[in-house]
Write a protein of this length. Structure first.
Length: 202
């Protein structure tokens, strides 16, 4: 009788297929390696090394000899922190001292391809047209552009930006007499920069 039961169990194990492995949850993959194959080596992921850049806008230099430089630090693959200064004591229509601080987003990779930039900006200005006006502007700027790699450490940047905010101003009858024609405060929206710049990346 025992031999008969043993033969029945042996036949059952030979006929019935092995139970399937349990299904993995949706969106997950079975990463377990077969018993006869060693586990694959782990891939190493290189950490992002900060990059730095200096930019000189040739368009501003040609437009009234405005001296300006922007310093930048790329702190991730898609973001950089930027700060710029502009100074023009020469051209009456564009005399200014300006400071901007902000961040730039790079959809492809930092210092390469398209970019979007936002900054907080302050400007002290003196402009001469029919009358001389002086004042202070406070606001924010938004610029979009493209960075073309010319070499390992040199880029050509193209772009255009607007900025807006609040300004206090005084309008004078003449540049030397000091008689105030108008004084006040207002909101403004105007071009911030035309970008045709060379950028040194290191």
């Amino acid at each position: 009788m025992k031999n008969f039961i043993f033969l029945i169990l042996a036949a059952f194990l030979l006929i019935c297929p092995a139970a399937p492995a349990p299904a993995m949850p949706w969106g997950e993959e079975d990463t377990s390696a077969p018993a006869d194959n060693p586990a694959p080596a782990l891939e190493t992921v290189a950490a992002f090394a900060p990059k730095f850049a200096l930019r000189a806008n040739v368009a501003e230099l040609l437009q009234g000899a405005t001296l300006g430089v922007e310093a930048s630090m790329g702190f991730s693959r898609h973001w950089s922190a930027d700060a710029d200064v502009r100074y023009n004591p020469y051209f009456d229509a564009l005399k200014q001292r300006s400071l901007g601080v902000g961040a730039r987003f790079w959809p492809w990779y930092v210092y390469s391809g398209l970019w979007l930039s936002g900054k907080a900006r302050y400007q002290e200005y003196s402009e001469k047209a029919a009358f001389t006006s002086e004042g202070d502007r406070y606001g924010g700027s938004f610029t979009a552009g493209y960075s073309r790699m010319l070499g390992r450490h040199l880029n050509l940047d193209l772009g255009f930006g607007l900025w807006g905010g609040y300004e206090t101003y005084s309008v004078y009858e003449c540049e030397t007499c000091g008689r105030i024609r108008e004084r006040g405060a207002k909101y403004f929206l105007m071009p911030d920069e035309f970008v045709l710049a060379l950028t040194l990346v290191f």
